[in-house]
Write a protein that binds this ligand. Sequence first.
Ligand code: EPZ
Length: 428
Amino acid sequence: MDSIRIVGGKPLEGKIYISGAKNAALPLLAASLLTDETLTLGNVPHLADITTMANLLSQHGVNISLNGEQKLGGTGRVMELKASNVSNVTAPYDLVRKMRASILVLGPLLARCGQAKVSLPGGCAIGTRPVDLHISALENLGATISIDNGYINANAPNGLRGAEIVFPVVTVTGTENIMMAAALAKGQTTIVNAAREPEVVDLANCLVAMGARIEGIGSDRLRITGCDRLHGATHSVIPDRIETGTFAMAAAITDGDVELIGAKMEHLNSVARVLSKAGVSVTETKHGLQVCRVNGLHGVDVMTEPYPSFPTDLQAQFMALMTVAEGASMITETIFENRFMHVPELQRMGANITVHNASAMVRGVAHLNGAPVMATDLRASVSLALAGLAAKGETILNRIYHLDRGYERLEEKLAACGATIERIRAAA
Ligand code: EPZ
């Protein structure tokens, strides 16, 4: 397995181009199942998870072509998807277990074909990650669903019918699955307590471009009036706000000064507010966001909550930043039950962190020390990379396949800003 070697202590200076959002691109790819016409997506990031989703869709019968040149703005690739016919309604375990977001084919398959057989995704490092809310919502839309041998067997031979769906907790992919299913259901569906993440809004905007009728986009109450069919469309993936926040914290932890090209402040207001309190300036430029420290770093308390509050996907990165801030920071994780696996690795680098249940008390230290560390999940792994950029000495980050799932060419982007960072290829 590849690893990444970092020698810390270099302030990041220069520009970083922000890629298209992974968590917008994944549902957008799945939406191709909803029509027999071509869905053209621009600014698609080049990530392992995108490849996994493309492979999954291909085995459903979706024809996918990639053309390198970028016609639609942004830095990503243009992907054309055409599901003329869906030849297979089964999403197999060996693909689904690689990426939980595979659950996003469940709603579209059911809506388009009246049936779907999707492997239960199973848990992952950060939690049990149930999909019970997806299942109960689809049953409300008229599907008959059973769980057999680890697979969700869903049937709606007479099609889906609109209903009122009330989510007891905000679920991002749950909202996305139901929005896609409801777009082809008979009648009206209301989703109460819908997720408001920019990635959900991006999917809704693309579905509208495909002919769907959706009201309340961006609010926690969505009203979808089903259509008989959807048509093709052209849509560009929004920039990745989590990548933006990650590189903003990389600039801050190294006391650097970086322009994040393509980043949108509107998606990061809660993060910018927290960073400002921590002594980090985030200002809009003509091409994106400029990030640098104002003076020193100060400890700030943070609680992760659904959008528009502070995102759970930036919790680990913010914790790395707080390990070298002046004072203390109480970080509370309210979304997932096991999202502190970066803590023991940061402690090995000299961080002073105490965990009590869902809260971590971080007391700033003068500096971290480089060490060999282990990545456990996507965001924990990048948090260790940030710590390595600031630490004295060498850090070796192992199991970086986690990183490749969500960050496009991370070491190249950081090296271009002066970091001493390289990928060490495992012996074949
Ligand atoms: C999405 O996951 C993201 N993934 C996650 O990003 C992100 O951390 C998460 O939303 C929260 O923002 C994608 O968009 C592909 P949820 P999702 O359903 O949809 C509980 C990353 O690093 N829940 O919003 O799976 C669940 O256990 C990934 O890019 C149920 O109980 O998350 C959690 O406590 C990690 N039953 C809470 O809801 C369900 O049926 C929120 O989960 C569904 C969810």
